[in-house]
Design a protein. Structure first.
Length: 381
């Protein structure tokens, strides 16, 4: 029998068969009447998922590419920008803003800490900034920040709020308009249940008006927005990926965003309950907001790389090691996108087996029971 493959990383994530089927359809020309209805529907569905009335710009690029569009359009050399960093992706955005000539004021936290809006407010009183850049779901640590409160602090100081929602959009609430988020960046390969390759960028009128003078071409917001207004793309998009994303967004909206958020909360509870039942120490916060990825400290004497390798070699299961300074110290279990509770208990059962084989003091069978009870017998507030 061919080996089954299981994908439990924070991204990419499993893709539903209906979405995969869309990839197999004949490729049509991107400027033809055959493609235009799909493109229009996908753009409209993106607005619904982002919960915005503004344009959501679509790029054939990774989430990092869409984020670079925000940097290229908003950052001019010498401008002050406050970058909130509590993990690998916060550091990436600080490097990107600096790379475009912005004067980066980093508000850094220890990896695993949750950013605090009060700190943002205090820093902006000391050093005003054009924009505050913050990661909603820091998948390197499992922390989900309160971007609503952080955006409010930015607005009080007259700054734009730029949010990395690459792994959070579609998994946890992200109210672009209601929370006053000026830019919300995401990618196709996480909670949006599609293959990697598309980046999205919801842009408020305030952010669009605040465009700077950094050089840009492919990621130029004005060019992209003008083309999308005519249901055209400024450059050749990935037609199959757009068709696939359109189907995936349809599935997500058919489930209902609120139902999807509730499902992710319950999956996160199940994953954390299973880990704790095994006697493992959580690295990510033990709270409902941490519904994207569960980060767990490796047992003493066992490197997290050993766990990752053993799961891959024995079960064909891919989870994530720690990143940066956490490599070898934590392992990360993703549960965003096309997952149900049976996927989570399968993952936990495999982790139990592997840890026991590696010499950890693990009681077999407890994780599955704890996970099922946490999923089934707790109501989402």
């Amino acid at each position: 029998m061919p080996e089954k493959k299981y994908l439990f990383t924070p991204g990419p994530t499993p893709v539903p068969p209906q979405v995969l089927a869309a990839l197999a359809e004949p490729v049509v020309h991107h400027r033809s009447p055959d493609f235009r209805p799909t493109y229009e529907r996908c753009l409209e569905r993106l607005r619904t998922v982002c919960r915005t009335q503004n344009d959501v710009l679509l790029f054939t690029a990774s989430g990092t590419g869409a984020f670079e569009s925000a940097v290229a359009n908003l950052v001019s050399p010498g401008e002050e920008h406050l970058v909130v960093s509590a993990g690998s992706f916060g550091e990436r955005w600080a490097a990107m803003v600096g790379g475009f000539g912005g004067r980066v004021d980093p508000l850094r936290y220890a990896w695993g800490e949750t950013p605090d809006a009060a700190d943002v407010r205090a820093r902006l009183l000391e050093r005003p900034a054009k924009a505050v850049w913050v990661v909603h779901s820091e998948t390197s640590t499992g922390v989900v920040a309160d971007v609503q409160a952080i955006a409010a602090a930015a607005k009080e100081a007259g700054a734009l709020a730029v949010v990395d929602a690459v792994s959070s959009l579609g998994a946890v609430p992200c109210e672009t308009d209601a929370w006053g988020l000026d830019v919300v960046v995401s990618g196709s390969q996480k909670a949006l249940m599609s293959p990697p390759g598309l980046g999205t960028c919801a842009v408020s009128e305030a952010a669009f008006a605040a465009r700077g003078d950094s050089p840009r071409f492919y990621f130029d917001w004005e060019r992209t927005r003008a083309a999308q207004a005519k249901l055209d793309a400024p450059f050749t998009p990935s037609v199959p990926l757009v068709a696939a994303l359109d189907v995936a967004l349809g599935l997500l909206l058919e489930e209902g965003l609120d139902a999807a958020f509730e499902r992710h909360v319950r999956l996160g509870r199940a994953a954390r309950a299973g880990a704790k039942a095994m006697g493992l120490e959580l690295f990510s916060p033990d709270e409902d907001r941490s519904a994207v990825v569960t980060a767990i400290r490796a047992p003493e004497g066992i490197g997290s790389g050993e766990i990752v390798k053993a799961l891959r070699d024995r079960f064909g299961m891919t989870i994530a090691n720690g990143q940066g300074e956490l490599q070898g110290k934590i392992f990360r279990l993703g549960h965003i996108g096309w997952f149900d509770v049976f996927d989570i208990v399968t993952m936990l059962a495999a982790v139990e087996i592997v840890l026991a084989d590696l010499g950890a003091d693990i009681e077999r069978g407890v994780a599955v029971t704890a996970a099922l009870e946490a999923f089934e017998h707790t109501a989402v507030a």
